[in-house]
Design a protein around this ligand. Sequence first.
Ligand code: NOJ
Length: 898
Amino acid sequence: MNTNKQTAGLRLVVVGVVLAVVLMTTLFHSTFAMDKSKFENCDQKGFCKRLRGSKKSSYIISSQKVENGVFTATLENKEEGSTFDPLTLVIESYENGIFRMKIQEKVDAGVTLKNRYNVKDVIVDSVAKVPISESKQNVLTNGNSDLVLENRDDGFKITFKVNGEDVIVFNEKNLLVVENVLREKNENYDGESALGMDFTYVGSTNLYGLPERAMRLSLPPTKDADNNILTEPYRLYNLDIFEYELNNPIGLYGVIPLLYGITSKSAAGVFVLNPSETFVDIIGGSQYSSHWISETGVLDVFFLPGPSPKSIAKQMAYLTGTAPLPQRFSLGHHQCRWNYKDEEDVRNVNQKFDEYDIPYDVLWLDIEHTDGKKYFTWDSHTFPTPKRMQEDLASKGRKMVTISDPHIKRENGYFVHDEATRNGYYVKNSDGTADYEGHCWPGSSSWLDYINPVVREYYADLYSFSKYEGSTENLYTWIDMNEPSVFSGPEITMDKNALHHGDLRHREVHNMYGFYQSVATNLGHIKRRNGEDRPFILTRSLFAGSQRYVAKWTGDNMAEWSHLDIAQPMILALSISGMPFVGADVGGFFGNPEEELLVRWYQVGAFYPFFRAHAHIETKRREPWLFGDHNTQLIRKAIARRYTLLPLYYTIAFESMLTGEPYVRPLFMEYPNDATTFNVDDSFLVGTDLLVKPVVQKGASDILVYLPRGVWYDYETGQKFDAGRGKNVSIATSLDLSIPVFQRGGSILPTQQRLRRSSQQMVKDPFTLTVALNRKGEALGTLYLDDGSTFNYRNGDYVYRQFSFSNNELKAVKGDISPLILNTRSNTVDSNQNRKVDNIIERIVIYGASKPSSISLQYASHDGVDLLMSPEFTFENNVLTIRKPQIPITADFVLKLN
Ligand code: NOJ
């Protein structure tokens, strides 16, 4: 045997393998990597470079006064001959202890600051001002929280105090800069308008908010305590970033400029109302600070006093509105792909869901369904009978969604283009001489100027059944590419000098372009049926306030484990910042998920507020039945789990509309005194009562779950876990076992256990109540029901039940919505419930009870007769199951364990 030859051969093989690996890695990276050369960093942006450096001011407060409940003062720069001009500081206050501070160039009386754009349409009309008074010298109070004004040697600072404690300090670092747009331009000064400011979060090293980016929830510093740069600052600029990278502070499709800090005693934050490009540094140390740098706009800040993370969510909702009650179907399972090819394809997919007995509610059509990417049209070859197709789906209780992007194909004869051109509805180029043109899916395109209310009305009317031919009332809408994405534009978006209605430059409103498309689309859905049903719209771009109009998904993720992992913090960051109806593409948009990843993704996705499977056009088909029978069954089981929980999700959504609390939330929102929760973002709570722990590692066989204080039960089996004051438990997991889900001891959850084709078929189904007792043997829960689609709940056409367990008795009574209402001025729900429903409770399961010797049940029947009975029960593995109590869901009852 010639060993030499063998070794040489082996070497060749090794070299071959290495080369192949290198090649594969390169190829892989060229397919799956963000092209950083397309995007600019802080240094490449004049305004960010100027302000991120050591530009410090030394303003002091002078000529201060409180008049008519509003504080005003002048900020004068101490240094002589400085380039810092005097500024005007105005502070007002709203209910709930919120302060609002505006700083602008000081102008002479009678001169208006037309050069800075004041944001409209984000803060809701129902907010109410509270007069400010000076409780003692230099202390402003709104009765709820205080601002302490102080002139130091090197400049002023303002300390925000809540419950007597300092929580946020404004201008601690003297980074206040307001470049003066009113100044004459000269060789030293070219009329810049950037803004800079800093906030110190007293005692906090956990800052949250600033969506949207693919980062962990607790945002790491971008500078160290000595101001050394660690990374790029967080960027707030709506962008379509192809194959976005994880843990990169660059901003993705949406912006909510909220940043709050927590300690185990308090939570307090700032909401900065500015839609222009903004960078935020988080400066590390023993307590973190944030340095905000905006390209232009008004320095307009809301101080949110907390004092808990949940109250921050409520304060954001108080200011920017809550998400309205969604269509019930939209909380079901959605099936999407780019693209279902034709009507036949749609028919087949729809049929297959029934064959495999997998529920779903909505089938989605991406851009290929149109005639040449002309939205509001259909490809007549592939989709010749769109109405019939929608009616077919509707006959199974299902809906359809089509996509509608904001770029309009510049093709003569396309009615939208013709009308927009004729009426001047497009955004204009920088010198205002012609419509702005760029490249997107259809080729040469222009963009509707949604900033203009007239264009919003026009766009809304495009959704009327007469204008949008082939649309029916079972068709809803997906608005995409609305950052806006412009393939030929700088950083794949619109030229900042493009001109909008009202002489606004695109730079002034960039982050609100998608917001305004959402407003217009929502209006269109309201108008097309004269307000008879609730809109359902999904958007990719957003700004603070968008939750009033749309649901949101996290864009183009990848079929990789790391993307499954990051989906949780991304969803949570949006949720805590005011956008509750949110999800990530299940399966991952780019690439082909391996079977295990896909199953795991369904198992988690079934708990996202918005639950949709979606895939890129170049991926292999991946409907749930394409991965072998066993995997199909696992996916089916995951989806079925969601459907059983629909009553819970719907109840949470109803309550969220009134309270402003998110649908899903990080653990720290419910356990703010437990500092261990501050860095937990790989599990989440559904409402307050279900703790979901996604499995995001390949081949995981057990997994550590942090259970906060109290008692928890395995949601499926009722196995009890006493978490004491909070502890990690190790849980066995496998694809078959699905992901760990726990029910909080102290909660009662309503479910519907019969598997149907879609949510509509469940309307009359009976309920199961799962009662999980806390250490005191008590529990609480609610259930909301209505017609699922109209606004009639506003007139009381709904049922809201409250269940409570204590002293071995389960009681049901009419629920009272009044404690939920965040702002009575914005509440539209009549508190008198008058809906008639016939559903019954078919089962009551109690976790944590002892075995009773008998059970008695007492309630009044529909015709008012008092009934007393002893329902059957079983007791196994510490789970008490009461079979067929058959109580009408609207009946007040008492069920006693003897
Ligand atoms: C980009 C969206 O993020 C994606 O979901 C969609 O499939 C494509 N645009 C095509 O419309």
